[in-house]
Design a binder for this molecule. Structure first.
Ligand code: G3I
Length: 380
């Protein structure tokens, strides 16, 4: 007589055998299943981007390279295209890293962002010494002409001017402003438009959730339009925290740009998980403070409660972004993984922060799942 092993409940060996077989078939199903990546999940909504460090452009870590190539369809150089690196002396340009960056984007069919043509920070020293308008115009002209012409047709979007406003919506007293007044912004956008007429040209800044600051930016865009100066949109950086700004404030910000018919991109998204005793907001990088262990509480990992908080906050933000997908063309994270993030060193140096969707080994974090479920739950 044939024995029916399924009815043979009392045999622990058989139960173990079945369990092993079952686990084996489940785990091979898991590895065979193609997990959707961020760029696929949000393909009907907006580009999903990341800012790349020099070592990421050089593909020094294979796990991170894999994440860059599979999860993102837009890239921004975190530092290598900034004035001090790309144009360190009036007559010398350094293109090795920026060429490599652009090549990486093209090899992977990505949207390529240039960051940033004109910014008062990370500027070459000689630019801070300029005090006459002819020299200033001359230097800005050669900077934009040479760089934007070199990458004509290869950079999809340029951050033409970065962080030119104060928190109250007036113009920042950078050296550009001191020498040329607000006309330096018009000059920069006009030069970029002439050098690469098909590139998208945007103005980029932080803390635009503050109504006074964004009103300054909206005023400028309107003035440009009246004068026929090409400006295609505004980059909202999004250096926020787990606590704030409120979603309602982010919504009003988006709505103001929508009402003014201005395309927006979230260009530098990250959420600090660390305490900030001075209640600093945004990204004013000139502020630096001494640290203390109390200010660096998560050196051994982010506690579960905080990980969930971070995930929920990202979920709220992405739900809002998807709601406004007609007006938001790109969402870029300021970094690929937590290890790279500038927030480990600002406003206090050498802390352990957790602001992004990938951990220090470039593995997906819990926050990744919260972002993904914004769209995946729609199709369930
Ligand atoms: O190049 C030097 C290197 O030679 C030296 O060994 C090393 C030691 O600290 O420092 C290197 O320079 C650092 C540079 O990044 C490149 O890694 C600077 O100290 C550091 O201050 C600089 O920080 C960058 C910051 O801009 C500077 O303003 C961050 O990586 C970068 O994420 C950050 O990005 C800005 C955006 O461009 C504009 N919006 C705000 C955003 C955050 O501040």
């Amino acid at each position: 007589m044939k024995r029916n092993i399924l009815k043979h409940k009392s045999s622990p060996v058989i139960i173990l055998l079945l369990a092993v077989l079952c686990y084996g078939c489940q785990s091979s199903m898991v590895t065979q299943k193609e997990e959707p990546t961020l760029k696929k999940i949000f393909e009907d909504d907006f580009y999903i981007g990341a800012a790349l460090s020099g070592s990421q452009i050089n593909a020094e870590d294979s796990a991170t390279t894999h994440v860059i190539e599979t999860e993102f369809n837009s890239i921004t150089p975190e530092n290598v295209m900034k004035w001090m690196y790309i144009h360190p002396e009036p007559d010398s340009f350094y293109f090795e890293m920026s060429d490599r960056f652009v090549e990486l984007g093209h090899k992977n069919g990505m949207n390529v962002v240039g960051h940033a043509l004109v910014w008062h920070s990370q500027i070459a020293e000689y630019m801070n010494e300029v005090s006459d308008s002819l020299t200033m115009v001359d230097y800005i002209t050669s900077h934009i002409n040479v760089i934007a012409t070199r990458y004509k047709g290869k950079i999809d979007t340029w951050d033409v001017v970065n962080e030119a406003f104060n928190e109250d919506g007036t113009y920042r007293e950078s050296n550009f402003y001191k020498v040329l007044g607000p006309s330096y912004l018009e000059l920069a956008f006009s030069l970029a438009a002439a050098a690469d007429p098909n590139a998208k040209l945007i103005y980029n800044d932080y803390n635009l959730w503050k109504p006074e600051k964004r009103q300054g930016v909206i005023r400028m865009v309107k003035q440009f339009r009246e004068k026929g100066i090409k400006i295609d949109g505004v980059g909202i950086q999004g250096h926020w925290s787990v606590q704030g700004p409120d979603i309602a404030q982010v919504r009003s910000c988006i709505q103001d740009f929508v009402d003014a018919d201005i395309e927006i991109m979230y260009t530098e998204l990250d959420l600090t998980t660390l305490p900030n005793p001075w209640e600093l907001v945004g990204a004013e990088i000139s502020q630096n403070y001494e640290g203390s262990p109390y200010m660096n509480p998560f050196t051994d990992g982010l506690p579960d409660t905080m990980a969930v908080k971070l995930g929920e906050r990202y979920q709220d933000i992405f739900e809002l972004f998807v709601e406004y997908k007609e007006n938001i063309s790109r969402v870029t994270f300021w970094g690929v993984n937590d290890k790279q993030s500038w927030l480990n060193n600002w406003p206090i140096e050498n802390r352990t922060n957790y602001p992004l969707l990938f951990d220090r080994a470039s593995k997906r974090k819990l926050a990744y799942d919260y972002v993904a479920k914004v769209k995946l739950s729609e199709t369930e």
